[in-house]
Design a protein around this ligand. Structure first.
Ligand code: MTE
Ligand code: MOS
Length: 742
C-alpha cells in the first residue's frame, strides 16, 4: 500500500498548544462567581452513619452544604449497575467514601471547613482480603461478596492430570497500582433548573459521565452536557471516577446556583480514586514429556474494592488473556472479582491482563525449569499458529508468527550469549545479572459482542474552504487520538494534515463514539473515521464534483460547490459488527477480539544482592501491531507503557491499613523516574489488519502486559529467587533471596 501520511511521524495536532501553555486544562478555566468544592469523606472502612456534626466555629451560612438528601434523582453513580452511591447516606463501605460536599469562594476557608465536619459512625466489621471476602467472613456485597465470575472451559482438563508426564503448580500475586496521570482529577459544573447541567473536566469517557448525571438529576438527556477539557493522562483512571466528581460538582452548583470547581490534589486523588485491582492467580499445568501443554487449570481472583464500578470488564479481559498466546487443547479458567472494604478498584491500562499475564509468564518459566527445557524452547513448542484455537476457542485467522517475534527479540537483546555469560559471571559476584523475557498477546476493542452493543458513531463535516472536522466522543489524553484521526482522514481524502480539525469532545456536539478505553480508538473508532471520510468523498464524486486522483485544491473547490448548492456536507458512520465474528456470552467462548497485537519483550537486570535493589539495564520490545500509523507516537506508547510496567514490577507498592492507602504521596509511593528507566528499544513488525484503518491494530495497553513478567523472569535468572509476586520491592526480594538460600 502506498501511503502519503500514514506511517509518517507528523507532529501532534495539539502538541504546539501543549508546549506553549495555550492548552486549557480544567483548572485553567474560571467562571465569574465561581465557588470551589470539597468532599468530606469517611475515615472508617465500614459502618453506619449516626450523625453529621458541623463545628460551630465555621460560618456555615456562607457555605453551600450538600448531603445525600439534596440529590434530585437517584443517589448513584450509574455505570454498569447502580450500587455505588454518589454520597453515602446510611452506610459507609470504604475509607474515603464521599459523605458531605461543601462549596465556598475561598479555597482556604473551604479546607478548614472540610476538617470541621465530623461524621459519627457506628463501626461494622469489615473485610480487607480476597480470602476473607471469599470465605464471607462478613457479607458486604450482595449475597456472596462476588461482583462477577466467569468460567471458560475448553476440552476436559480433569481427564488429563493422571496421564501427564509433568504437573506443575504455582500461585502468583500482584498489588494495587495507581495510575499517576500528570493532571489530577477535576471538574467544573454549572447547573440550574433553567439550563440543565453542564460539566467540563478531565476525563476519558464523556458519555459515561453523561449517563451518570442523567440518572442523578433525573433530567432528560438533552439537558445534560459534558465537555472534555485538555486531559493530562488517564491510563484508565479517568474512566469511572470523573462521573463521581462531575456528580459532586453538579450537585453543589445546583444547590448554590453558581459554577463550582472541584480539583483534587495529589493526595486526595491517590487515596480516593480507583487503582489497578490487586490479584491472585493459581495455575496447575500438565505438560507432555516433549514439552507440550496438555492442560491448563487457571484460577484468577481480583479484589474489586467496595463497589462494582468496571470490575466485571476488568475481570473479563484478565480472564481471556490468562492463558496467553499458546495452544493448549484443555483449558479451564475460573475467575471472580470480590468485594472488600477498600475504595473501588477500577480500570488501569491493560484491564486485568497485566495481572493474569504476569502470573502466566512467570509460571511458564517455572514450568520450563521443572521439565528441563529452556524457557524459549518451551514457549516455542506451544506458540499458537494460524488455524489453532485460544482458550476461549477463538480460531486464529490472521497470520501470526511468534517464533519470529521471539527470534528477533532474543537476537536484538543478545539473550542467548548473555544467558550463558551471566551464569558464569554471577557465581562470585555481589551484583548479579540476569536476562528474561515474556511472550504475550493483547486484544483491542470491547470484548465479544461489546462493540456491537456500543454501536459507536463518528461524523465528519466539511467546510466551504475544504477543512474537514472530525466529530467523535473519543478523547485525547496524550495517546494520540487527535493526530491519528487527522492522519487517517487526510490519507483517505488525499488532503493535507493541516486541513483536518478535531472537534473537542462535547456531548452536545459530537456523536457517541464510545469510551476511550480498551485500546479501541485507533482500531475501532479510527476505522469509522476512515469510513466516514470515504462517505464524504463519495458524496462529492457522486455529484460529479470530484474526479479520481484529484489534488487537494480540487477537493476544496468541490466542497465549496457542494455546500453552496446543496447545503452542509456531512457524513455519519455507525459501527457494523463483522458478520463472521461470533461470541457466546453464556459459555464465554468465541471471537473475543477482532484482532490481537503480539509481542516478545526481553529485560536485562542487575540485582545487588546486598541491598536487594534491582536495576533494569536494557529492554527490548518487539511487537506486531498491524500497520503503524505514526511511528513516534507508537513508540511513545510502548515506551510509556514499559515505564509504567516497570513501576508495577519493582516500585509501586500501595501500603494498606484497614482499606486505606497509607502512602498517598509521591514521596512514599515510589514510581520510576527517568533515572530508573533503561534504554527501551522498540521494534515493530507490520502485518496489516484487514479491518483496521490503513491496517492498524490497537496498541495502547499491550506494553503493560509483558513488562513485569520479563523483569521478574530476569530477576529469577539472576538470583535463583522464586519470584511469585509484584512489586518486587527490596524488602520482598530479600525474603525471597533468603528463601532461595535456605
Ligand atoms: N497514553 C497516554 N499518553 N496517556 C494515557 O492516558 N492511556 C492508556 C493508553 N495509552 C493513556 C495512554 C490506556 S489505559 C488506554 S485504554 C489507551 O491508551 C486508550 O487509547 P487508545 O484507544 O487510543 O489506544
Ligand atoms: Mo484503558 S484501562 O482501557 O483506559
Amino acid at each position: 500500500m502506498n501511503t502519503r501520511i500514514i506511517g509518517v511521524s507528523v507532529p501532534r495536532k495539539e502538541g504546539r498548544d501543549k508546549v506553549t501553555g495555550a492548552s486549557r486544562y480544567v483548572d485553567d478555566i474560571r467562571f465569574d462567581g465561581m465557588l470551589h468544592g470539597a468532599t468530606v469523606r469517611s475515615s472508617v472502612a465500614r459502618g453506619r452513619i449516626l450523625k453529621i456534626d458541623f463545628d460551630p466555629r465555621i460560618p456555615w451560612a456562607e457555605f453551600t452544604v450538600v448531603t445525600a438528601s439534596d440529590i434530585p434523582g437517584q443517589n448513584c453513580v450509574a455505570l454498569l449497575i447502580e450500587d455505588q452511591p454518589c454520597l453515602a447516606d446510611t452506610l459507609i463501605n470504604h475509607p474515603e467514601e464521599p459523605v458531605v460536599l461543601l462549596a465556598h469562594p475561598d479555597k482556604y476557608l473551604l479546607e478548614e471547613a472540610r476538617r470541621a465536619v465530623r461524621i459519627d459512625v457506628e463501626p461494622l466489621a469489615a473485610v480487607f482480603t480476597i480470602d476473607d471476602s471469599l470465605a464471607r467472613k462478613q457479607l458486604i456485597w450482595g449475597d456472596d461478596n462476588v461482583f462477577k465470575s466467569f468460567c471458560v472451559e475448553k476440552g476436559d482438563v480433569d481427564s488429563i492430570w493422571h496421564a501427564a508426564a509433568f504437573v506443575v503448580e504455582g500461585e502468583y500475586e500482584t498489588g494495587a497500582q495507581e495510575q499517576l496521570y500528570i493532571e489530577p482529577q477535576g471538574m467544573i459544573a454549572q447547573a440550574n433548573a433553567a439550563n440543565g447541567v453542564t460539566v467540563w473536566g478531565s476525563l476519558q469517557c464523556p458519555h459515561y459521565v453523561h449517563k451518570a448525571l442523567t440518572r442523578l438529576f433525573a433530567l432528560p438527556k438533552d439537558r445534560i452536557r459534558v465537555v472534555q477539557t485538555e486531559t493530562g493522562g488517564g491510563f484508565g483512571g479517568k474512566e469511572e471516577y470523573p462521573s463521581m466528581i462531575a456528580c459532586h460538582a453538579a450537585l453543589l452548583a445546583w444547590k448554590s446556583g453558581k459554577p463550582v470547581k472541584i480539583i483534587y490534589d495529589r493526595a486526595e486523588d491517590m487515596a480516593a480514586t480507583t487503582k489497578r485491582h490487586p490479584s491472585r492467580t493459581r495455575h496447575r499445568t500438565a505438560v507432555s514429556r516433549d514439552g507440550r501443554l496438555l492442560a491448563m487449570d487457571i484460577d484468577f481472583t481480583l479484589d474489586g474494592g467496595a463497589y462494582e464500578t468496571l470490575s466485571p470488564v476488568v475481570l473479563s479481559r484478565g480472564t481471556i488473556h490468562a492463558a496467553g498466546p499458546y495452544y493448549c487443547p484443555n483449558v479451564r479458567i475460573r475467575s471472580r472479582v470480590v468485594a472488600t472494604n477498600a475504595p473501588p478498584h477500577g480500570a488501569f491500562r491493560g484491564f486485568g491482563a497485566p495481572q493474569s499475564v504476569f502470573a502466566l509468564e512467570r509460571h511458564l518459566d517455572r514450568v520450563a525449569e521443572a521439565i528441563g527445557l529452556a524457557p524459549d524452547e518451551f514457549r516455542r513448542r506451544n506458540f499458537i499458529h494460524e488455524g489453532q484455537t485460544l482458550a476461549v476457542n477463538q480460531v486464529i485467522r490472521e497470520r501470526v508468527d511468534l517464533d519470529r517475534l521471539l527470534d528477533r527479540a532474543l537476537e536484538l537483546s543478545g539473550y542467548h550469549s548473555k544467558r550463558r555469560q551471566f551464569q558464569e559471571e554471577n557465581r562470585n559476584a555481589a551484583i548479579k545479572k540476569g536476562i528474561g523475557f515474556a511472550t504475550f498477546l493483547h486484544g483491542a476493542g470491547f470484548t465479544g459482542s461489546g462493540e456491537e452493543y456500543l454501536a459507536s458513531e463518528v461524523a465528519l463535516e466539511a467546510t466551504r474552504d475544504g477543512q474537514v472536522r472530525v466529530l467523535a466522543g473519543s478523547t485525547e489524553m496524550g495517546q494520540g487520538t487527535n493526530t491519528v484521526f487527522a492522519q487517517i482522514t487526510a490519507e483517505t481524502l488525499g488532503i493535507d494534515y493541516a486541513q483536518i480539525e478535531i472537534l473537542q469532545p462535547d456531548t452536545a456536539l459530537v456523536p457517541n463514539s464510545g469510551p476511550t478505553v480498551a485500546s479501541r480508538t485507533t482500531m475501532i473508532v479510527g476505522k469509522l473515521v476512515e469510513s466516514a471520510a470515504r462517505a464524504l468523498q463519495h458524496s462529492l464524486m457522486e455529484r460529479g464534483l470530484l474526479k479520481p486522483d484529484y489534488a487537494p485544491v480540487e477537493f476544496t473547490a468541490a466542497c465549496r460547490e457542494y455546500i453552496d448548492t446543496l447545503g452542509s456536507l456531512k457524513s455519519l458512520i455507525k459501527y457494523q459488527h463483522p458478520s463472521d465474528l461470533h461470541w457466546d456470552d453464556q459459555r464465554y467462548q468465541g471471537d473475543a477480539y477482532g484482532a490481537y497485537a503480539w509481542a516478545a519483550y526481553v529485560a536485562e537486570v542487575s540485582v545487588d544482592t546486598r541491598t536487594a535493589e534491582v536495576r533494569v539495564d536494557d529492554f527490548v520490545a518487539v511487537q506486531e501491531v498491524g500497520k503503524v500509523i505514526n511511528p513516534v507516537l507508537a513508540a511513545g506508547q510502548i515506551e510509556g507503557g514499559i515505564a509504567q510496567g516497570l513501576g508495577f514490577a519493582l516500585y509501586e507498592n500501595v501500603v494498606w491499613q484497614e482499606g486505606r492507602m497509607l502512602n498517598a504521596q509521591m514521596t512514599n509511593y515510589i514510581m520510576p523516574t527517568s533515572m530508573d528507566v533503561p534504554p527501551i528499544r522498540v521494534f515493530f513488525e507490520e502485518n496489516p489488519y484487514a479491518r483496521g484503518p490503513a491496517g492498524a491494530k490497537g496498541i495502547g495497553e499491550l506494553p503493560l502486559d509483558g513488562t513485569a513478567p520479563a523483569i521478574a523472569n530476569a530477576i529469577a535468572h539472576a538470583t535463583g529467587a522464586d519470584i511469585t509476586r509484584v512489586p518486587i520491592t527490596p524488602e520482598l526480594l530479600l525474603e525471597m533471596l533468603e528463601a532461595a538460600h535456605a
